[in-house]
Design a protein around this ligand. Structure first.
Ligand code: ATP
Length: 422
């Protein structure tokens, strides 16, 4: 297990070796910590976010490393002992090792520098509380033992999610949301004490004490998970979804529509960002009032806000869509809405709406009539509102198959002009 670190990308190893060589000059020790260590043990791919814990002066070390690596300091908060350096594809977070004290539930902690051992104790779950000290010789990392003070390796092997102390969720209820994401992604089961603490924290209503911004950050991270729907299903099983979003629950209908999204029979999924469509599918059964509350409570990304606003209106139109007698009528109904909203309707409804929305998304919305504005002017239509109206009507006639080519379109225009002048 000493050679875990050699699974990292060689270019990243090189950066970390430089850090290990430079840190002693300012009496600092650097540790690789958190999710990267966990994912190295699980042999999972390592993302771009790398967490380093520093026993020593982070501010000074950040300046030294940014220069040595040729990276950019993207953020620096000396009072908090944190800094972020962006170098190549990596975002490297440096944080001074610390203890935390939570004066009240769910508020940000008071922090104090402390050795790595205490820093590991203040973390959320045992599997996220492992570290590897960085050491190097001749520009290369040297093998170092895994510092597993809190039993993370055994918990990972047994697929156990374990909080580190009995007040953990009272101190920071976001850990519940981190826990459900981790448990879902890595297929973990909370141990008895953790499960009991989750129940108690939910009963005590600690989630409600968090600022909406903190919950919203976690919700957005959930949508960015490989399988956000599975996270929500698990969150519902743990009994937390209603506290986050009143009205949200895991139902057979939701399971069905997410299964349809995964099957994607009509090839709609690539047309809109997955996290936006999935958000819409999760929220589809909420009432207008519940959706309005979501909008009011959380400052969600614009694409998701727009989708919710659109969805409130579009889902009222399902009867009109089914009753539409022509493609042009459907086109007229759907045209004001974004692709993501129409995609949500597509997966959330039954025959014939999925077929109709698929044709709209793949064909009808792109359809141009055989003649454009210049052609119409050449046929004697004066520029102005009449030209715009005729173009729209010609497009509708084309959608409905009444006009199939240029000649038919020219005839159609002449007919319209004759009728309007008579
Ligand atoms: P991933 O990004 O894969 O979800 P990660 O564990 O790297 O996982 P980060 O949010 O980058 O996630 O956190 C880095 C580390 O910081 C965690 O592994 C954990 O040790 C610690 N940590 C993060 N958030 C908390 C928290 N709310 N309470 C305690 N420790 C935390």
């Amino acid at each position: 297990m000493n050679d875990l670190i050699f699974r990292l990308d060689p270019a990243l190893q090189h950066l970390l070796a430089r850090a290990a060589e430079l840190a002693p000059a300012i009496d600092a020790t650097v540790w690789l910590v958190g999710g990267v260590v966990r994912d190295l043990l699980l042999e999972l791919p390592i993302g771009r976010d790398i967490d380093l814990a520093v026993e020593g002066d982070v501010n000074q070390l950040a300046s030294i490393l940014a220069e040595a690596w040729g990276g950019q300091i993207a953020a620096r908060h000396p009072p908090f002992g944190t800094a972020t350096i962006v170098i190549d594809q990596w975002v490297i977070d440096l944080a001074q090792t610390r203890t935390e004290r939570y004066p009240h539930p769910a508020v940000l902690p008071e922090v104090q520098p402390a050795p790595i051992a205490l820093d590991l104790h203040r973390r959320d779950y045992s599997i996220n509380a492992m570290a590897i000290r960085l050491a190097a010789a001749h520009g290369q990392l040297v093998p170092m033992p895994l510092f597993d003070l809190l039993g993370g390796v055994a918990d990972l092997a047994d697929r156990r999610l374990r909080l580190l102390h009995s007040q953990s969720l009272r101190d920071d209820p976001t850990r519940m949301l981190r826990g459900v994401r981790l448990a879902s992604r890595l297929n973990l089961i909370p141990d008895e004490a953790t499960a009991a603490q989750i129940d108690d924290a939910l009963k005590a209503g600690y989630l409600a004490l968090l600022t909406p911004e903190r919950i919203q950050t976690e919700l957005c991270l959930t949508l960015a998970e490989p399988d956000p729907a599975a996270v929500v299903a698990l969150a519902d099983r743990w009994g937390m979804t209603h506290q986050l979003i009143p009205g949200l629950g895991w139902t057979p209908a939701l399971t069905d529509r997410l299964a349809r999204y995964r099957r994607d029979e009509y090839g709609i999924a690539p047309l809109a960002p997955a996290e936006v469509v999935i958000a819409g599918l999760l929220l589809y059964d909420l009432s207008d009032t519940e959706l309005a509350m979501v909008l009011q409570r959380y400052h969600l990304p614009t694409a998701i806000r727009d989708l919710i606003n659109d969805l409130i209106r579009l889902r009222r139109l399902t009867a009109a869509i089914v009753a539409a007698t022509s493609p042009s009528e459907l086109d007229h109904t759907l045209q004001p809405y974004g692709v993501a909203t129409i995609a949500v309707l597509h997966y959330a409804t039954d025959t014939p709406i999925p077929q109709l929305t698929a044709r709209y998304l793949h064909e009808w919305r792109f359809l141009r009539p055989p003649l454009n504005g210049d052609d119409l002017r050449e046929l004697g239509v004066a520029p102005g509102p009449q030209l715009g109206r005729l173009l729209r009507e010609l497009r509708a006639a084309t959608l409905d198959g009444l006009v199939t080519d240029r000649i038919a379109a020219e005839q159609w225009v002449r007919q319209q002009l004759a009728t309007s002048s008579s």
